[in-house]
Ligand binder design. Structure first.
Ligand code: SAH
Ligand code: SF4
Ligand code: F3S
Length: 493
């Protein structure tokens, strides 16, 4: 049984003022796709693997924050001789970086642990196994009880301690369980150097959540909202630029709640931070995610319209269109307030493409409430979206609400909602045919002579061209659009 530990709602925003913006730090990884949090991902490193190098296999579930964390785990492990490998068979260490957001996400971890147990028994008895991330935080020592193959359990704010934990496992000295919540201590102790692959990278600037939506585990698994000091972020961004990264996505569970005493002794929000990251040479594109409607302030909205490096794409979840459901979810705003916000955002940045998250079948949601969600989608218009059936999370307030909605009704509503959202997504992509868009070229495509990149609106874009253009931003005339991608022709600069 999952137990979500109660959290002190006031234990947030441990803000440190800081002085210097100078100095180089490190760099990160390649995050060049919008994240489908239902699909796990695997990391690999360029480090030459020989007998002396220890191998770590990391499988990442969940959101962008976990992707960033997995890359940083490699940075933490690299100085003690580890390199990331793509398969678990011969790994010295297997880490599952887990997600607890929906029941299915959490259950996947246990089936994967079953496979790892077999592998350890049959192929590699010396293998050590760690469960990191949000399931680790939520379930703690319960994981070892259900899956004795696990050697270490570590929450999202503790992975800077991995070397200590590994040493403890090898000494066989007791239970290795770390579930502290000291986010700033983690960032202060991460290695400055990051191993970057590719041209687009995530950079965590904020972690945690104080919103306590009644359906959601994140406030319990990630802890309180904490913002990273400006200097650390600027250093990391500079270092990314020095390694060839052209696009940075600033990430946080509530990225627009970013708030910290800046180097000029004034309080900085996300808008101010973006204007400074945008000054870094070599960084040509900026994005940020995920924003909460309650935290989109006027400064950020105005920067959206003014900063040319900011891409015209905004992920702003609403979850549901009915005020009754929004209230039961504890979202802290009404549909009208969201709509007014969107009008303001579109006034500031008329070409913005909107994306959202939706939940159907929250307890008490009637057909007429659901119709409000459909109306919201029709009125707002989304270029992309993520939509889910409500999943009961034990320990959250939503789990004990009466009037849970049946699985059949949830499936039916999800289907109708997705039909609408997907038709909007296709229509948006089709509206781009005939336009020339700047594409950040990230890789070769599947076909011969084909390149793959991302448009300003984040769609994957395919076109023919020479591989030496990888890493460049080039104009592409869009000639064809599907729901999930675009294709086109490379134009002269
Ligand atoms: N901080 C972001 C969301 C992070 S979680 C925000 O507030 O918008 C990503 C998405 O997962 C959420 O937006 C929500 O749509 C979905 N989600 C979270 N908990 C869920 C649950 N119990 N059941 C179904 N979907 C859920
Ligand atoms: Fe979860 Fe709500 Fe926090 Fe988003 S704002 S992470 S949905 S509690
Ligand atoms: Fe999942 Fe944790 Fe992210 S629950 S969505 S990995 S914050």
């Amino acid at each position: 049984m999952t137990v979500l530990l109660p959290r002190d709602k006031n234990a947030s925003r441990n803000i440190k003022p800081e002085k210097s913006l100078s100095g180089l730090t490190s760099a990160d990884v390649n995050l060049n796709k919008p994240r489908d949090i239902n699909q796990p991902s695997i990391l690999s490193s360029d480090k030459k693997i020989n007998d002396k190098v220890k191998k770590v296999f990391i499988k990442t579930y969940g959101c962008q924050m976990n992707v960033y964390d997995s890359e940083r785990m490699v940075d933490v492990l690299s100085p003690i001789g580890y390199a990331a490998v793509e398969t678990p068979e011969n790994a010295d260490l297997v880490i599952l970086n887990t997600c607890h957001i929906r029941e299915k996400a959490a259950e996947k971890v246990y089936s994967e642990l079953g496979r790892i147990r077999q592998l350890k028994k049959k192929v590699n008895p010396e293998m050590k196994v760690a469960v990191a991330g949000c399931v680790a935080q939520a379930e703690g020592s319960e994981i070892k009880r259900r899956a004795p193959v696990v050697d270490m359990v570590l929450g999202p704010q503790t992975y800077h301690k991995l070397p200590e934990m590994i040493a403890k496992v090898h000494r066989n000295s007791g239970e290795v369980l770390e579930t502290d919540f000291d986010t700033l201590e983690k960032f202060d102790n991460l290695p400055e150097s990051r191993q970057v692959k590719g041209f687009s990278s995530f950079l965590t600037i904020q972690e945690g959540c104080d919103k306590f939506c009644t359906f959601c585990v994140v406030p319990y698994t990630r802890g309180a909202e904490v913002s990273r000091p400006v200097g650390q972020i600027i250093n990391e961004a500079r270092n990314l630029a020095s390694q060839g990264v052209r696009e940075i996505t600033l990430i946080g569970q509530n990225v627009d709640a970013y708030s910290i005493m800046g180097p000029n002794s004034k309080q900085w929000g996300l808008g101010e931070l973006i204007s400074h990251v945008a000054l870094i040479g070599g960084i040509d594109r900026l994005r940020f995610t995920t924003s909460h409607p309650r935290d989109m302030d006027d400064d950020l909205i105005s920067i959206l319209g003014k900063e040319p490096k900011l891409m015209p794409y905004l992920h702003l979840p609403i979850q549901a269109g009915s005020d009754k459901v929004l209230k039961a979810m504890n979202r802290g705003h009404t549909y009208e307030e969201y709509k007014t916000l969107i009008v303001k955002i579109r006034k500031s940045r008329p070409d913005i493409a909107l994306s959202g998250d939706f939940i159907v079948g929250f307890p008490g949601e009637t057909e007429s409430d659901f119709q409000q969600t459909m109306k919201c989608v029709e009125e707002i218009g989304y270029a992309s979206s993520f939509s889910f059936k409500y999943s009961v999370r034990p320990g959250t307030p939503g789990a004990s609400l009466p009037q849970q909605v049946s699985e059949d009704v949830k499936s039916d509503r999800l289907k109708r909602l997705q039909d609408l959202l997907y038709s909007q997504q296709l229509a948006f992509n089709e509206s781009l045919v005939g336009r020339t868009l700047n594409v950040l070229i990230e890789n070769v495509g599947r076909e011969e002579n084909q390149l793959f990149g991302r448009s300003p609106y984040l769609q994957g874009t395919h076109f023919n061209g020479p591989a030496d253009l990888i890493g460049q931003i080039r104009p592409v005339l869009i000639t064809k659009a599907g729901r999930n991608s675009l294709s086109g022709e490379l134009m002269q600069k």
